[in-house]
Design a protein. Structure first.
Lengths: 418, 346
């Protein structure tokens, strides 16, 4: 890792201290925060060959998980010989880092590739391209046996607690399976470990002999968590873990995940479509649209000052549980285009509401650039951008980049109403 | 008690009890629910899985199948008629014509082998006796109304060719063909993405204003309720536990369950504290606790709550709450650990 020092970071608009995630421990080498006036060059940082390490505010210098240019295409086959006629570009060049003990949230709507990203990282789905590095290990280069061993470190919790547990196994056997497979414990020691794990996730140990159907949705999700924890992982992909749960139970499971993270120093990739859940649990958030990361920032910066027009629309669409605020809403027209035939240039341009949108947006693929410290955005109309004005004009651009922040006032009003 | 004396309500449900007589025992899914909807009004019914909100909606349309049964003594009056006394033919007249329903999952509610135009036109033919041509024209007109681009072309497409949001628009078009007085929408946006949900809610609100249709909106999402409903009914354990005008409910929730629901929701822009939880789970409908059904999960419950089933106490203008705290408000100052939280990690 050579990138990411404070000197080369452009600090266009941010005041002191804005780069630090809420809840993240103070960073000893956070030079941006220490010297706010320094280096106010407006050149954004981009490196297409080696996309952002975007570590802005992670507590440790070396990330635990590093993803570079991750790509997954599903072939579309037609005809008698199953000829490949195209590909669904489910994940297209996704890059991010996650520091040890950190939670990176991934949000986006159905079909944006967030679930595929989580599974491709664990190689539950074999990626088409890109690099995945876990604690210095090149995950994609591992053979089956080495990958199996690595799975002790990397686990997943699934969305649906109804279909992800084998109905013919007792929950005790489900939690115990990982212990046996990875030869962590056997016999009485394994039984004791199962009881301890169940207790830790808030299930009565004597329930170990019961079957999944005897449990409620929230309890089943606790079984799924106990199963993931059984092998003592350091990293867990949480794939919509609370989406199927009722509000009151959802809060129980979120609190449990946070407690376990604190006690065990776990690192989470938290995938969800619910933006308020992600804001609550994640220190940094990546927004995906049509297989790409379009914005990546600390949760605080992203929710306070979203810069990618898609993120702005997404945030404004969340219903506010407060009948006295009528907030400004950006209603997107139309539907998400098919990932088999994504739009040219910026994949969001056909639905974009940025007032400076022009023909250049349909021709230039916007790089994910650092527009403020730790705040990465893929939009050539939000300055600063390395795609300079002459380049945009050459691509048919007629409107200069100009900062567009329609939610600024509205987001502030909605605050503090809990 | 809860309806206005000036305008007679469009829909008046009184002491509705819908029970399921199963081998596992008698499930009292809806157990004495009363609520009303005024003409043109939007009433939200909110609650978690198993609270009886969907069974209430299905009961209004008499869509309860055995082993479920609407029990004696229940009353559902709509436009002055007793829906429970109507014959099969008459209730079919009411469904679709006067009351329409929008379901959660449009893919399962639409017939996959007919074009969406055919399905909308069928409603006009069956319920209004329109000619084939007039019915088709009406279908295209409805698709235009719900904001589907290129409606003539879309009318000839099959449900699988449309996106989830488009399918839900088709469902709404189908519901509105006969200009019903009441639309019952059961989780109409739950299966949709948030940006599409925003489109559909906007559409529903706009249509309601233009057509002055009353809406009974059933959802688990308090955010959706806050945006569209005028009055809110909170259900728990097959009962109404609180009812209030929407601003009043969000500002001065009285029932500890409503309080808990509001506190358990993470919200965009909320400070990052630990989420408040309601410990335990909803009891099964075959075994509602005696007295107050929420008492095991409640931080204020005392001995009276086990002994005495709380009535709906008036606690404000148009605001009622099924909680003895209305009678002994001083107890709110002394919260304790709920029974359901003891021994387990919440």
């Amino acid at each position: 890792m050579t990138e990411g020092s404070g000197e080369e970071r452009g600090v266009p608009d941010s005041g002191p201290g804005t780069s630090r995630a809420r809840g993240a421990p103070p960073e000893p080498n956070d030079r941006t925060a220490a010297q706010p006036g320094r280096n106010r060059s407006s050149a954004p940082r981009i490196d297409p060959a080696r996309p952002p390490d975007a570590r802005g505010s992670t507590p440790t210098p070396a990330p635990l998980l590093s993803v570079r240019g991750l790509t997954k295409h599903f072939p579309i086959r037609r005809g008698l010989f199953s000829r490949e006629v195209g590909a669904v570009r489910a994940v297209e060049g996704v890059s991010f880092d996650i520091g040890a003990g950190e939670t990176l949230g991934v949000v986006g709507e159905s079909g944006c590739g967030k679930t595929t990203t989580g599974r491709a990282i664990l190689r539950l789905i074999e990626p088409t391209g890109g690099e995945v590095t876990f604690d210095g290990v090149d995950v994609r280069a591992l053979d089956a046996e080495a990958l199996r061993r690595l799975r002790r470190q990397m686990q997943i919790i699934f969305q649906d607690p109804f279909s992800s547990l084998n109905p013919r196994m007792t929950v005790g056997a489900i939690v115990r399976e990982g212990l046996t497979v990875h030869r962590i414990a056997e016999g009485a020691a394994a039984d004791a470990r199962v009881r301890q794990l169940m207790d830790e996730v808030g299930l009565r140990p004597e329930y170990a002999s019961r079957y999944p159907h005897e449990f409620s949705g929230g309890q089943r999700q606790r079984v799924g968590i106990a199963r993931a924890l059984s092998v003592g992982p350091r990293f867990i992909v949480c794939d919509e873990p609370v989406s199927a749960l009722d509000v009151s139970v959802q809060a129980q499971v979120i609190n449990l995940l946070q407690d376990l993270q604190r006690e065990r120093g776990l690192t989470y990739l938290f995938i969800a479509h619910d933006l308020s859940v992600v804001e609550h649990i994640a220190s940094r958030v990546a927004v995906m649209y049509l297989g790409k990361v379009v914005e990546l920032a600390t949760a605080e910066a992203l929710y306070r000052e979203p810069l990618m027009p898609y993120t702005q629309a997404l945030l404004s669409a969340v219903p506010v549980p407060d009948p006295t605020t009528r907030k400004r809403r950006i209603v997107l027209t139309g539907d998400v285009p098919s990932p088999a035939n994504p739009p040219s240039g910026c994949v969001f341009h056909p639905r974009c509401h940025h007032p400076q949108k022009d023909d250049a947006c349909a021709r230039i693929v916007p790089p994910l650039e650092e527009k403020a410290a730790g705040h990465w955005v893929a939009c050539i109309k939000q300055p600063p951008t390395a795609v300079d004005w002459p380049a945009q004009q050459e691509a048919g651009g007629t409107r200069r980049p100009e900062r567009y922040q329609p939610l600024r006032g509205a987001a502030q009003e909605g605050r503090g109403t809990s | 008690m809860t309806s206005s004396a000036v305008t007679p309500p469009l829909l008046q449900i009184d002491n509705l009890r819908t029970y399921f007589h199963t081998r596992a025992g008698l499930a009292r899914a809806v157990d004495g629910v009363s609520l009303s909807v005024l003409p043109g009004e939007t009433v939200g019914v909110v609650g978690e899985s198993g609270c009886g909100k969907s069974v209430t909606a299905l009961s209004v349309l008499r869509l309860i199948r055995p082993p479920g049964r609407i029990e004696q003594g229940s009353r559902i009056a709509f436009e002055g008629r007793d829906l429970l006394a109507l014959g099969d033919e008459e209730i079919r007249e009411v469904r679709g014509n006067r009351i329409a329903m929008i379901f959660q999952e449009p893919m399962t509610a639409l017939n996959p082998v007919f074009t969406v135009g055919d399905q909308i036109a069928e409603v006009a033919r069956v319920h209004a006796g329109a000619s084939r041509k007039a019915a088709w024209a009406r279908a295209v007109e409805m698709l235009t109304l719900v904001g589907i681009p290129a409606p003539e072309q879309r009318a000839g497409e099959y449900p699988h060719q449309l996106s989830g949001g488009m399918r839900q628009r088709v469902m709404i078009a189908m519901a509105l063909v006969m200009s019903p007085a009441l639309v019952i929408a059961d989780e109409p946006t739950t299966a949709l993405d948030v940006t599409i949900q925003a489109q559909i809610l906007e559409l529903l609100a706009g249509l309601q204003q233009r057509l002055s249709t009353a809406v009974l909106l059933i959802t688990h999402d308090l955010g959706v309720i806050a945006e569209v409903a005028r009055r809110v009914v909170v259900m728990y354990g097959g009962e109404v536990v609180e009812e209030a005008p929407v601003e009043e409910l969000f500002a001065h929730a009285h029932h500890p369950y409503t309080e808990g629901l509001l506190a358990a929701m993470p919200r965009v822009g909320m400070e990052r504290e630990r989420l408040a939880v309601i410990p335990g789970t909803v009891p099964p409908p075959t075994a509602w606790p005696s007295g107050c059904r929420f008492r095991d999960r409640c931080s204020y419950a005392w001995d009276r709550c086990a002994r005495e089933h709380p009535p709906l106490y008036p606690v404000g203008a148009g605001h009622v709450s099924r909680c003895h705290l209305a009678d002994e408000p001083q107890r709110r100052a002394r919260p304790h650990l709920p029974l359901a939280a003891e021994g387990g990690r919440a």
